[in-house]
Design a protein around this ligand. Structure first.
Ligand SMILES: NC(=O)c1ccc[n+]([C@@H]2O[C@H](COP(=O)([O-])OP(=O)(O)OC[C@H]3O[C@@H](n4cnc5c(N)ncnc54)[C@H](O)[C@@H]3O)[C@@H](O)[C@H]2O)c1
Length: 263
């Protein structure tokens, strides 16, 4: 058995690789030996992300566009000589308003980037993996895709859809030696969440009290879970949506209403 995760000789495509969870995962995959291609909508951020992560190359485009998705996957396969690993991290948050105040355009965009983007990139990369009869994909759901969060209908439906897509693709592609899993992160200290904290949209104290591990996650903690699922250490794991949430989804008590004595 290999004593450590080793991605030597593996070729990885990471969407949303210019920031946050995608960037940190790209960095970890590269450190563990993979040749990594970053794909992101934010063209300006990609060159610096390439430096920070040690990735081999980058490509810019919108995962929600069929043309861009197919082009980015083709570029990655060209540049790296194929794709063995895919991490679908590109995503955007929503406006935290109830459905009756949500515009069609905004709802659609949040849904399209998160779910449709994951589907389009997975279809393009998955076609190559089916042909080579090998591959591993990790998608990014969310605790918001596991349970209902008011004000997050577009994001929640998309993230729940990613969970279901993950299981479906695992069943469709298992016979080709392709594993498909997802992580479901809770609040993670990325630029996306830091911005919401700065604008006081979230109260960190409430999040910490609601989380059994009593803190928010670091991006490294998401990267390590993703790397495990992408690696041969998870060779018999497929169709799983793994909460990486400090116990958030296990917690069923009434929050601050219940006080237990620890001594
Ligand atoms: N941070 C959290 O607390 C948290 C919790 C649960 C799930 N997630 C999910 O994790 C993933 C990464 O989020 P993050 O917190 O690292 O955010 P982030 O904003 O730091 O990074 C997201 C990256 O995706 C890129 N992106 C956005 N739209 C794109 C598009 N249409 N095409 C290509 N790239 C696009 C952005 O430019 C950015 O570089 C997202 O799917 C998010 O929904 C985050």
């Amino acid at each position: 058995m290999t004593p450590a995760i080793d991605f030597s000789g593996r070729r990885a495509l990471v969407t949303g690789g210019a920031s946050g969870i995608g960037e940190m995962t790209a960095k970890l995959l590269a450190e563990l030996g993979a040749a990594v291609m970053l794909a992101d909508l934010n063209r300006d951020a990609l060159p610096a992300a390439l430096e920070r992560t040690g990735a081999a190359a980058w490509t810019a485009g919108d995962v929600a566009s069929e043309d861009d998705s197919e082009r980015m996957v083709a570029e990655a396969a060209d540049r790296l000589g194929g794709i063995d690993l895919l991490f679908n991290s590109a995503g955007i948050g929503d406006d935290l308003v109830p459905l009756h105040r949500q515009t069609t355009a905004r709802w659609r965009r949040v849904f399209d980037v998160n779910l449709w983007g994951t589907l389009l990139i997975s279809r393009a990369a998955g076609s190559l993996m089916v042909a080579q009869r090998r591959g591993a994909i990790v998608n990014v759901s969310s605790i918001v895709g596991l349970d209902a969060f008011p004000g997050r209908s577009a994001y929640g439906v998309a993230k729940a859809g990613i969970g279901h897509l993950t299981k479906t693709l695992a069943c469709e592609w298992g016979e080709y030696g392709i594993r498909v899993n997802a992580i479901a992160p809770a609040y993670t200290k990325t630029p996306m969440v830091k911005d919401l904290l700065d604008r006081k949209v979230f109260d960190p104290g409430i999040i910490e009290r609601r989380t059994p591990l009593a803190r928010m996650a670091e991006t490294e903690e998401m990267a390590k879970a993703a790397a495990f699922l992408l690696s041969d250490w998870a060779s018999y794991v497929t169709g799983v949506v793994l909460p990486v949430d400090g116990g958030w989804s296990a917690y069923g008590a009434a929050g601050d209403v219940v006080k237990i004595r620890h001594e």
